[in-house]
Ligand binder design. Structure first.
Ligand code: ZN
Length: 185
Protein backbone atom coordinates (compact mmCIF):
# COMPACT_ATOMS: atom_id res chain seq x y z
CA UNK A 1 0.00 0.00 0.00
CA UNK A 2 2.76 2.47 0.88
CA UNK A 3 4.14 4.14 -2.23
CA UNK A 4 0.89 3.71 -4.09
CA UNK A 5 -0.36 6.70 -6.06
CA UNK A 6 -3.75 7.91 -4.86
CA UNK A 7 -6.21 10.56 -5.95
CA UNK A 8 -8.40 12.97 -3.94
CA UNK A 9 -11.28 11.02 -2.36
CA UNK A 10 -9.57 7.63 -2.64
CA UNK A 11 -9.97 5.37 0.39
CA UNK A 12 -6.47 4.77 1.74
CA UNK A 13 -7.14 3.08 5.09
CA UNK A 14 -9.79 2.41 7.70
CA UNK A 15 -10.10 4.66 10.75
CA UNK A 16 -9.90 1.66 13.11
CA UNK A 17 -6.33 1.05 12.01
CA UNK A 18 -4.94 4.47 11.11
CA UNK A 19 -5.30 8.11 12.08
CA UNK A 20 -5.68 10.77 9.41
CA UNK A 21 -2.66 13.08 9.00
CA UNK A 22 -1.13 15.32 6.34
CA UNK A 23 -3.02 14.87 3.06
CA UNK A 24 -5.81 12.67 4.49
CA UNK A 25 -9.08 13.03 6.39
CA UNK A 26 -11.59 10.78 8.07
CA UNK A 27 -15.05 10.20 6.68
CA UNK A 28 -17.55 7.52 7.80
CA UNK A 29 -14.88 5.40 9.41
CA UNK A 30 -12.62 5.57 6.39
CA UNK A 31 -9.43 7.51 5.79
CA UNK A 32 -9.60 9.32 2.46
CA UNK A 33 -6.94 11.18 0.54
CA UNK A 34 -7.40 14.93 0.17
CA UNK A 35 -4.89 15.22 -2.66
CA UNK A 36 -3.13 13.46 -5.50
CA UNK A 37 0.09 11.93 -4.33
CA UNK A 38 1.93 9.05 -2.77
CA UNK A 39 0.36 7.09 0.06
CA UNK A 40 2.46 6.62 3.18
CA UNK A 41 1.11 4.29 5.86
CA UNK A 42 3.12 4.64 9.03
CA UNK A 43 2.65 1.44 11.00
CA UNK A 44 4.64 2.63 14.01
CA UNK A 45 2.65 5.85 14.48
CA UNK A 46 -0.54 4.38 12.99
CA UNK A 47 -1.04 7.36 10.70
CA UNK A 48 -1.98 7.53 7.02
CA UNK A 49 -0.39 10.36 5.07
CA UNK A 50 -0.48 11.34 1.43
CA UNK A 51 2.50 13.30 0.19
CA UNK A 52 1.93 15.46 -2.86
CA UNK A 53 3.96 13.91 -5.66
CA UNK A 54 4.05 17.05 -7.71
CA UNK A 55 4.58 20.03 -5.37
CA UNK A 56 2.86 22.15 -8.02
CA UNK A 57 -0.49 20.96 -6.73
CA UNK A 58 0.13 23.16 -3.73
CA UNK A 59 0.55 26.32 -5.82
CA UNK A 60 -2.47 28.55 -5.46
CA UNK A 61 -3.87 31.45 -7.42
CA UNK A 62 -2.31 34.64 -6.12
CA UNK A 63 1.00 33.01 -5.16
CA UNK A 64 4.12 34.88 -6.16
CA UNK A 65 6.71 32.77 -7.98
CA UNK A 66 10.19 33.24 -9.41
CA UNK A 67 10.71 31.96 -12.95
CA UNK A 68 13.25 31.92 -15.71
CA UNK A 69 12.05 32.81 -19.20
CA UNK A 70 12.80 29.92 -21.54
CA UNK A 71 11.08 30.98 -24.76
CA UNK A 72 9.31 33.96 -26.25
CA UNK A 73 6.55 33.47 -28.80
CA UNK A 74 4.24 35.87 -30.64
CA UNK A 75 1.40 35.62 -28.12
CA UNK A 76 3.11 34.42 -24.96
CA UNK A 77 6.25 33.96 -22.92
CA UNK A 78 7.14 30.50 -21.67
CA UNK A 79 9.00 30.09 -18.41
CA UNK A 80 10.10 27.58 -15.85
CA UNK A 81 9.05 28.12 -12.24
CA UNK A 82 12.09 27.84 -9.99
CA UNK A 83 10.63 28.78 -6.62
CA UNK A 84 7.72 30.25 -4.74
CA UNK A 85 8.38 33.56 -2.99
CA UNK A 86 8.15 33.51 0.77
CA UNK A 87 8.11 29.72 1.01
CA UNK A 88 11.05 27.54 1.95
CA UNK A 89 9.69 24.74 -0.18
CA UNK A 90 11.61 24.15 -3.38
CA UNK A 91 9.62 23.50 -6.50
CA UNK A 92 11.24 20.52 -8.12
CA UNK A 93 11.02 18.99 -11.53
CA UNK A 94 10.19 20.61 -14.77
CA UNK A 95 7.54 23.12 -14.04
CA UNK A 96 6.70 25.13 -17.06
CA UNK A 97 4.20 27.97 -17.13
CA UNK A 98 3.04 30.56 -19.62
CA UNK A 99 2.32 34.27 -19.56
CA UNK A 100 -0.13 35.36 -22.22
CA UNK A 101 0.62 38.66 -23.98
CA UNK A 102 -2.57 40.17 -22.49
CA UNK A 103 -1.41 39.32 -18.94
CA UNK A 104 2.09 40.64 -19.33
CA UNK A 105 1.65 44.33 -18.58
CA UNK A 106 -1.02 46.82 -17.61
CA UNK A 107 0.01 48.67 -20.77
CA UNK A 108 -0.59 47.46 -24.31
CA UNK A 109 2.08 44.99 -25.43
CA UNK A 110 2.79 44.67 -29.13
CA UNK A 111 5.85 42.44 -28.97
CA UNK A 112 6.49 39.92 -26.17
CA UNK A 113 10.19 39.97 -27.12
CA UNK A 114 10.46 43.63 -26.10
CA UNK A 115 9.32 42.80 -22.56
CA UNK A 116 10.98 39.46 -21.81
CA UNK A 117 14.03 37.68 -23.20
CA UNK A 118 15.07 34.03 -22.68
CA UNK A 119 17.24 33.82 -19.56
CA UNK A 120 15.50 36.69 -17.75
CA UNK A 121 14.62 36.05 -14.12
CA UNK A 122 11.10 37.26 -13.33
CA UNK A 123 8.62 37.46 -10.47
CA UNK A 124 5.09 36.52 -11.54
CA UNK A 125 1.69 35.93 -10.00
CA UNK A 126 -0.13 32.61 -10.39
CA UNK A 127 -3.54 33.19 -11.99
CA UNK A 128 -4.35 29.59 -12.98
CA UNK A 129 -2.98 26.23 -11.86
CA UNK A 130 -5.02 23.76 -13.90
CA UNK A 131 -4.89 22.31 -16.51
CA UNK A 132 -1.75 24.38 -17.04
CA UNK A 133 -0.01 27.00 -14.93
CA UNK A 134 -0.74 30.53 -16.16
CA UNK A 135 1.00 33.59 -14.77
CA UNK A 136 0.55 37.34 -14.85
CA UNK A 137 3.08 40.16 -14.56
CA UNK A 138 0.62 43.04 -14.95
CA UNK A 139 1.12 44.62 -11.52
CA UNK A 140 4.14 46.89 -10.83
CA UNK A 141 5.75 44.41 -8.40
CA UNK A 142 5.83 41.72 -11.12
CA UNK A 143 8.15 41.45 -14.09
CA UNK A 144 11.87 41.10 -14.70
CA UNK A 145 14.03 41.19 -11.55
CA UNK A 146 17.33 40.27 -13.21
CA UNK A 147 18.41 40.37 -16.84
CA UNK A 148 21.66 40.09 -18.73
CA UNK A 149 22.86 42.13 -21.70
CA UNK A 150 22.05 40.38 -24.96
CA UNK A 151 25.51 41.20 -26.30
CA UNK A 152 28.04 40.86 -23.45
CA UNK A 153 25.97 39.01 -20.78
CA UNK A 154 26.71 41.64 -18.10
CA UNK A 155 23.87 42.27 -15.64
CA UNK A 156 21.71 45.14 -16.85
CA UNK A 157 21.04 48.14 -14.58
CA UNK A 158 17.65 49.82 -14.31
CA UNK A 159 17.47 53.20 -15.97
CA UNK A 160 14.05 54.79 -15.90
CA UNK A 161 11.66 52.36 -17.56
CA UNK A 162 14.36 50.44 -19.42
CA UNK A 163 17.60 48.59 -18.70
CA UNK A 164 21.10 49.75 -19.48
CA UNK A 165 24.39 47.94 -20.17
CA UNK A 166 27.22 50.30 -19.25
CA UNK A 167 30.08 48.39 -20.97
CA UNK A 168 28.16 48.24 -24.28
CA UNK A 169 26.44 51.63 -23.85
CA UNK A 170 23.23 49.92 -24.94
CA UNK A 171 19.68 50.14 -23.66
CA UNK A 172 17.23 47.23 -23.67
CA UNK A 173 13.51 47.33 -23.00
CA UNK A 174 11.84 45.05 -20.45
CA UNK A 175 8.72 44.81 -18.32
CA UNK A 176 10.64 45.30 -15.08
CA UNK A 177 9.45 44.72 -11.52
CA UNK A 178 9.46 47.75 -9.20
CA UNK A 179 12.38 46.31 -7.21
CA UNK A 180 14.58 45.33 -10.17
CA UNK A 181 18.20 45.11 -9.05
CA UNK A 182 17.37 45.17 -5.33
CA UNK A 183 16.67 41.49 -5.02
CA UNK A 184 19.22 38.69 -4.93
CA UNK A 185 17.75 35.40 -5.85
ZN1 ZN B 1 26.59 44.57 -22.71
Amino acid sequence: MTGKTVLPGDEVAVAEEYMPAEGTYEHDGKILSSLAGELQLDDAEKVAKVKAKNPMVTLKNGDSVFCRITDVRASMAICEIIGAEGKDREITGETSATIHISKLSSEYVQDVGREFRPGDLIRAKVIQTRPSVQLSTQEPHFGVIKALCRKCRSPLAKQGKSLRCEPCERTESRKVADDYGDINY
